[in-house]
Design a protein around this ligand. Structure first.
Ligand code: TXA
Ligand code: MG
Length: 354
């Protein structure tokens, strides 16, 4: 299949381009489009045959459900039943934006969308192209991240081209995405609302509305069920092709250990990359002595929002350069740091506590 890439300026949306994309969706085809978090791979959520194409194009396991995207809160009534007041409160506060809410599903949503679950994940993205596309299509759009299953989510159209070229008819190129990590997923169905996946809306922001909210962890917390609450959690995710080693602990200890380990891996003739998240001078000598070591700094000031924006693009860049081992610093799990650490832990082949 020939994949067309159409540029679409988010600040001056071409109605003509969106209309063509909406026609494809209405005809049961797939369209990749930008959201404020990452690029999504969309299909008409009410058309099971169209949704099946998403699983094939991505190579996604059939038991991993999709997020349904809407452009208006009123669309909830056609998707979910018994929408509790807290869901509406969250939607009014954070939509359009990077928050996905788990609700009870209505019959109208085909079971392929929710992988047979009785619940459905819903979000209203804030990206103007995504909103216009949903409006113009006139139906909710089911969309996972537009990457090949297991790869880091795409934050630029080029990433979608790398993963899905030849498998889908159209990619809308709206430039780099702003948030860079996926939406926060919140499950309000249970006794204590729980964050299943930290993301673009922070725990601190959610606590202002739900002070008792908890974060799902696979640890031994007896309050939390052992089975994964969100099917996607059990899959390796966000992983670059290189081995990623994540260092936890005090940053000055981490950076000295990374310097030692870099030299060790170079001795073994491995291609090494360093993901430098915190500003410091510890790698100056490496830069001088070993210019072949690729040091990537997603934010020169160590700004967490900026790290989130650039993280996945940096991981893909390491792959493009043929890096074999990525030595990665860590950040404090506050604000966007919680989602950054969640993605790094999932991408890691090894975690070293220093
Ligand atoms: O920011 C985002 O959320 C992006 C953009 C495109 O909207 N989408 C995205 O979708 O990240 P995806 O498919 O890559 O991740 C969706 C996650 C998966 O981990 C899936 O298991 C979970 O949402 N999920 C979907 N429906 C669910 C449900 N009913 N209950 C629990 N988890 C659900
Ligand atoms: Mg994904």
């Amino acid at each position: 299949m020939n994949t067309k890439v159409e540029f679409c300026d988010p600040h001056d949306i071409s109605k003509h381009t969106i209309k063509k994309a909406a026609e494809l969706l209405k005809n049961g085809e797939l369209v990749a489009f930008p959201t404020e978090t990452v690029y999504g791979l969309g299909a008409n959520a009410l058309d099971p045959e169209a949704v099946a194409k998403i699983f094939i194009a991505k190579g996604r396991p059939a038991d991993n459900p999709l997020i349904v995207h809407v452009s208006e809160i009123a669309q909830l009534s056609g998707i979910a039943k018994d929408v509790p007041p807290i869901a509406l409160k969250l939607a009014k506060k954070f939509w359009p934006g990077p928050l996905t809410i788990i609700l009870k599903k209505k019959e109208s949503i085909p079971s392929i969308v929710t992988a047979g679950l009785p619940t459905v994940a819903v979000r209203m993205p804030s990206h103007p192209i995504a909103l216009e596309l949903i409006k113009c299509t006139g139906t909710p759009i089911a969309a996972p991240s537009a990457n090949k299953s297991g790869r880091p989510s795409p934050t630029r159209a080029e990433h979608v081209i790398d993963d899905l070229s030849g498998k889908i008819p159209l990619i809308l190129d709206g430039g780099p995405t702003e948030v860079g990590l996926e939406s926060t997923i919140i499950d309000i169905q249970r006794h204590i609302p729980i964050i299943l996946r930290p993301g673009g809306i922070t725990l601190e922001q959610l606590k202002e509305i739900i002070p008792e909210i908890e974060v799902y962890s696979t640890g031994d917390d007896p309050k939390i069920e052992k089975i994964p609450l969100s099917p996607g959690i059990k899959y390796t995710h966000y992983a670059p092709k290189a081995s990623l080693i994540l260092y936890l602990g005090n940053i000055s200890h981490i950076s000295s250990q990374i310097v030692i380990d870099t030299k060790q891996y170079l001795n073994e003739n491995r291609k090494v990359g360093i993901l430098n998240l915190i500003p410091h001078q510890a790698y100056n000598l490496i830069k001088k002595q070993f210019p072949m070591v690729k040091i990537m700094t997603p934010s020169l000031k160590g700004n967490l929002d900026e790290i989130a924006t650039n993280l996945f693009a940096n991981l893909r860049e390491f792959d493009d350069l043929g890096i074999e081992i990525i030595l990665t610093e860590s950040v404090k799990p506050i604000g966007p740091g919680l989602a950054i650490m969640n993605r790094l832990k999932k991408a890691a082949n090894q975690i070293r506590e220093i």
